[in-house]
Ligand binder design. Structure first.
Ligand code: SF4
Length: 707
């Protein structure tokens, strides 16, 4: 890679891509090559890596890296850049108030980075305007968990998939998006005979391996799970004792479900499924005590994602299958530290340590702990609204950290226009991206392998990322950049951290401060972790055991962190999609990941072997739709929505239902002009979570003449 000169010892670290959070052993060979292998001792992967993780060593080069700060495209010193950012933020706040500034951060940040960014914005600037690209990923799960459990609790652990007799994967192409977790499931299935049901409009690689694939129509998930709840009630499969002792709202939820899904035939017709397939799924679920329902972006990325999450949770509450080995609803996150971001309050409507703005005593508790007289008292702007505000002048200074919203946000054309119009845009990142083109100030951030801190994966397992490379150029760790700015803004004492371990200890202490069991997220036992112990920290699931042994299961004892200690059924109705297809845009476009790419390809797009599988943006389209438009394999398609257009290579595929198509989310202006799926996607959002409907975009597709 050219960045080190001597071979290094093997570092124990964590993959920076998906929410599985695999352990990685990395070392630098004598010739500078970075060699990685799966960590056999990490409990997430036990030595496995997927194609992306196995290629991590090829992403550590200097191509595309930001190496020195820039102001207006000119290289500057760190002092000049930091002084300017602090001064412009301070002046903007003084003139227009704290809500005139905003941070847009990332599930790529480490917990320590996230913690100080959240502390600076909410505690010291005094605005809730910090949101994260995890808003696009799992905000509906957070909202659904809070409605049902009273706190954003993921009750499942990976071992549940290995102890289940039935695993339902809904809105989850785990074979490509959480590959190592999926490999664990397949390995178990060989021994245990686990039944796998996949619910997805598209026949994915995951569906290919399933026992049963239910290719429901887009947006009909609530109807399918309401039908399941009604079926459980009708057939005596409800755990009456659990429902009576541990829940509220069952009668209402079942009443709505019965009214909507009075028969299997109604459900089948409403979801576009065969009645026999619906029956088979319902009977299998009803009869299988050890059932896990895994859900991911296909559920979350919807204008009704929160209702979908609660429709799933309702079925697990009705059967008492939650928080016990081999059973439970299980949201898996897209990013490596989406969960850590949730723990520190990285979403605009969260505070810190799983607290929120709804209860003033929680705001006061955080203010006391931080000694923060200016603490925000209300939620800030969520991602879509934040970029609207940057475009219309309400947000005048915006700092984007480690993410590429110019490509990844829905209605991305409008986001790019907003970045142009915003008075002052700061971007701290590892590489140049489509977003850095719009920055007034660029701050080079340390990359994976160059920085240290911690992450939490989808099963609440905290692991360390450890540096084993020197920083490229003058790049700095995100937490240090944030603290440098905070100190220049006059908040010195509260940000006088000199290492990530000190930040982690404060984060842990806050989770326990005046908590008294009110919130389940409590890692106070780590508040006195010595530097050496932080360095040696082994991957651990919270809540940590009081005295050695295994972690405690969450929610398995039928007690929930609600005021009355009971879980809440939520009566949810099938609402359909935000935008329906019509004669002008007759195809429902689905977006998602390719097997070998990560986000907007800023790292994986530089690895030839990862590019080899899908070398260019490819539109999968059903044979019937291709025939109607006169499209053949390999044609260049022009795809337009009401928000924008892209071009992509046509691949006719029977995996698509008639009337639907699929476009990967990854490509950007850097890799192929006019190819970003975000340019097509709708900015319409879920009313509870603020998550946009990225999975369903009515589009028109036609063959583009090639000159
Ligand atoms: Fe990395 Fe996810 Fe692959 Fe594991 S499954 S190696 S965390 S991308």
């Amino acid at each position: 890679t050219g960045v080190v000169e001597a071979p290094s010892a093997e570092a124990r670290t964590t993959c920076p891509y998906c929410g599985v959070g695999c352990g990685v052993l990395a070392r630098v060979a004598a010739d500078g090559e970075v060699i990685v292998r799966g960590d056999p001792e990490h409990p997430a992967n036990f030595g496995r890596l997927c194609s992306k993780g196995a290629a991590l060593g090829e992403t550590t080069g200097l191509e595309g890296r930001l190496l020195v700060p820039e102001i207006g495209g000119r290289e500057k010193s760190w002092d000049e850049a930091l002084d300017l950012v602090a001064r412009r933020f301070r002046e903007t706040i003084d003139r227009h108030g704290p809500d005139s500034v905003a941070f847009y951060v990332s599930g790529q940040l480490l917990t320590e980075d996230y913690y100080v960014a959240n502390k600076l914005m909410k505690g010291f600037i005094g605005s809730g305007n910090i949101d994260t690209n995890s808003r696009l990923c799992m905000a509906s799960s957070v909202a659904g968990h809070r409605r049902a459990f009273g706190e954003d609790i993921v009750p499942g652990i990976y071992a549940d998939l290995e102890e289940a007799d039935l695993v339902v994967l809904t809105g989850s192409n785990a074979a490509w998006c959480h590959p190592v977790l999926y490999q664990r499931l397949l390995a178990t299935r060989q021994k245990r005979g686990t039944r796998i049901v996949v619910i997805d409009p598209r026949r994915t690689a995951t569906a290919d391996e399933s026992d049963h694939h239910l290719a429901l129509d887009p947006g009909t998930d609530v109807l399918l799970f309401n039908g399941l709840l009604a079926h459980l009630a009708r057939t005596g499969a409800v755990d009456d004792d659990f429902v009576a002792a541990a829940t509220t709202g069952f009668a209402d939820a079942v009443g709505v479900a019965r009214a909507e899904a009075s028969s299997l035939a109604d459900v089948a017709a409403g979801c576009g499924l065969a009645e026999a397939d619906v029956r088979l799924f319902y009977e299998l679920f009803a009869a299988t005590e050890r059932s896990v329902t895994v859900y991911s972006q296909g559920v979350n990325q919807s204008a009704h994602g929160t209702d979908k999450v609660n429709a799933i949770i309702n079925c697990h509450l009705a059967t008492g299958r939650i928080g016990r080995l081999g059973m439970g609803p299980f949201s898996v996150t897209g990013q490596p530290n989406a969960m850590g971001g949730r723990e520190v309050g990285g979403l605009a409507n969260q505070l810190a340590a799983h607290m929120g703005f709804e209860q003033s005593d929680e705001v006061d508790r955080v203010a006391r702990f931080w000694k923060a007289p200016a603490i925000a008292r209300q939620a800030g702007l969520k991602a879509v609204d934040m970029f609207r505000a940057a475009g219309d002048g309400r947000v005048k200074a915006l700092w984007i950290m480690g993410t590429n919203p110019a490509v990844s946000m829905p209605d991305a054309g409008r986001v790019r226009a907003a970045l142009k119009d915003c008075e002052f845009v700061v971007v701290s990142d590892v590489t140049r991206t489509d977003t850095t083109l719009h920055a007034d100030v660029l701050l080079p951030a340390a990359a994976w392998g160059e920085k240290s801190g911690s992450v939490t994966n989808s099963e609440r397992r905290m692991s360390r990322q450890r540096a084993f490379l020197p920083s490229a150029g003058s790049a700095r760790a995100d937490w240090r950049i944030i603290c440098d700015i905070a100190q220049r803004m006059g908040f010195g004492d509260a940000f006088a951290f000199d290492e990530p371990a000190a930040i982690f200890r404060e984060h842990a202490a806050l989770s326990a401060f005046e908590n008294d069991g009110k919130r389940l997220f409590d890692i106070g036992a780590l508040a006195s972790l010595a530097d050496a112990a932080y360095e040696q920290f082994v991957p651990s699931i919270w809540p940590l055991p009081k005295s050695g042994g295994q972690h405690r299961r969450l929610l398995g004892e039928g007690r929930f962190p609600t005021p009355d200690g009971r879980a809440r059924f939520v009566a949810v109705r099938q609402e359909g999609v935000a935008l329906a297809v019509d004669v002008h845009r007759p195809v429902a476009l689905n977006t998602g990941r390719s097997r070998d790419q990560w986000h907007t390809m800023t790292r994986t797009g530089r690895v030839p072997r990862l590019m080899a599988n899908t070398a260019e943006p490819t539109l999968e389209i059903a044979p019937q739709d291709a025939a109607r438009e006169g499209l053949a394999d390999g044609d260049l398609a022009h795809v337009s929505s009401r928000y924008g257009f892209v071009r992509a290579k046509v691949s006719i595929s029977a995996n698509q239902k008639s009337g639907s198509a699929f476009l990967p989310m990854h490509w950007s202006g850097q890799f192929a002009a006019n190819a970003g799926a975000g340019s097509l996607a709708s900015p319409l959002t879920d009313a509870f979570s603020g998550q946009p409907e990225l999975k369903n975009v009515p589009v028109r597709i036609f063959r583009e003449a090639v000159a």
